[in-house]
Design a protein around this ligand. Structure first.
Ligand code: PMP
Length: 396
């Protein structure tokens, strides 16, 4: 079937898209308008943590949609209370505010830290963030991000986000002044190319924050909810952050995010924070279903087993093709290429026949892998074998 262009020109042009329309998905597989199947190792950018259309989430959405979709955030609803209780019981946090996207949760974290600074640190408002970090696409979260070029595209920026270097504690210390209120980072920088903060660095940040009376904020929009082999990536270093944001995997594909804070830091007054969709029962019911699957006995063990398999397989490919190794935590991994052919590999894998494969190259010399957390051993083997064929073709 020919690609039907009608409607394309009605969409705002925000990115280059291939001429295919996805019509259905199941687990690690997507199907396009021609019935061609694709093995999906992108999963909506780490959003579909249980793959496409997981039965438990479909059921929760169906049941909740027939009961109650949105009574307004001015009233309590059961799924949001259930999910908040689950998140607080499983983490070091005491209070949850639900949002609709990672960027919105991070905006909330920034506002909460500034409010805390007004109350407890003499109006301090600066939040130290990191070169190459990614926190979202609103003005404040773009300003917090360290993505090259983002300081000028929608200038002027929101003030107050000095940038340090990841894994360089002295670069953080040098930026602290009496206007600093917090340090904010991704435990593994995702968009930057899967660069983990070391455990020593996380611990040094916690100590610096304690010594200077600052808040430590972790943006776990990409790393949270089992992606890194623990429920939350901050557990990998054993630190206790003051604020955490979640997104992507928390809704298993639907728009849901969360701002999590310790009791002492939960300082919003009535009216400081809100939003008409926030914490609606339709999305939080999906979140409850996702959470219960992720925390079922043995689930994270299988994530770690698949992560080892993927890591070893990528390392073998790297050796075979003279690439520069692999890195990551859990099922957030990267293969570091020896040349800038990441984009060509992604395109060739997608266009492969009869079955395609979806990969992601956040940098020209790097492939990122974010499969469903319940990806099977066979699917990982298939992806590795096909990637080997794709590289052979691209480099022939
Ligand atoms: N923080 C991190 C670490 C992210 O990876 C992303 C998305 N890539 C965001 C925030 C923004 O999330 P969203 O696209 O849901 O606004």
């Amino acid at each position: 079937m020919k690609f039907d262009r009608s409607g394309v020109d009605a969409l705002m042009e925000i990115t280059k898209r291939p001429e295919l329309v996805f019509v259905r998905g199941q687990g690690s597989w997507l199907e396009d308008h021609n019935g061609k199947r694709y093995l999906d190792f992108v999963q909506g950018w780490a959003v579909n943590c249980l793959g496409h259309c997981p039965a438990g989430v479909v059921k929760a959405i169906n049941e909740q949609s027939a009961l109650l979709i949105n009574p307004s955030p001015a009233f309590y609803n059961k799924p949001s209370m259930d999910l908040a209780q689950r998140l607080t019981a499983a983490s070091c946090f005491d209070r949850i505010f639900f949002a609709n996207s990672g960027a919105e949760a991070n905006e909330g974290a920034i506002k909460l830290a500034r409010k805390w600074g007004q109350l407890h640190r003499n109006g301090a408002y600066k939040i130290i963030t990191f070169d190459h970090s990614f926190h979202g696409r609103t003005l404040a979260t773009m300003s917090a991000s360290g993505k090259p070029g983002w300081d000028t595209i929608f200038a002027p920026q929101v003030d107050g986000f000095p940038k340090a270097r990841l894994n360089d504690i002295e670069s953080v210390r040098a930026l602290v002044d009496d206007k600093t209120v917090a340090i904010m980072l991704e435990p593994v920088q995702g968009e930057a190319g899967v660069i983990p903060a070391t455990a020593e660095f996380m611990q040094a940040l916690r100590k610096l924050a304690d010594d200077q009376g600052l808040l430590l904020i972790v943006d776990e929009v990409q790393t949270g909810l089992g992606r890194c082999g623990k429920l939350f990536a901050y557990e990998l270093s054993g630190v206790t952050p003051d604020i955490m944001t979640l997104g992507k995997g928390i809704g298993g594909g639907v728009p849901l995010a969360a701002l999590c804070a310790r009791e002492e830091v939960s300082v919003f007054a009535h009216g400081d924070q809100g939003g008409t969709y926030n914490g609606n029962p339709l999305m939080t019911a999906a979140g409850v279903a996702v959470f219960d699957i992720l925390t079922a006995p043995g689930f994270l063990d299988s994530v770690n087993a698949r992560a080892s398999q993927l890591s070893e397989g990528l390392l073998d490919l790297s050796k075979k093709w003279g690439m520069k190794g692999e890195r990551g935590e859990g099922l957030l991994r990267a293969l570091i290429l020896d040349r800038d052919d990441g984009g060509t590999i992604v395109d060739t894998a997608r266009d492969w026949a009869p079955e395609g494969m979806l990969l992601n190259a956040p940098r020209p010399n790097l492939l990122r892998f974010m499969p469903a957390l319940n990806v099977t051993a066979e699917e990982i083997d298939l992806m590795l074998a096909r990637l080997d064929e794709v590289v052979a073709k691209v480099r022939a």
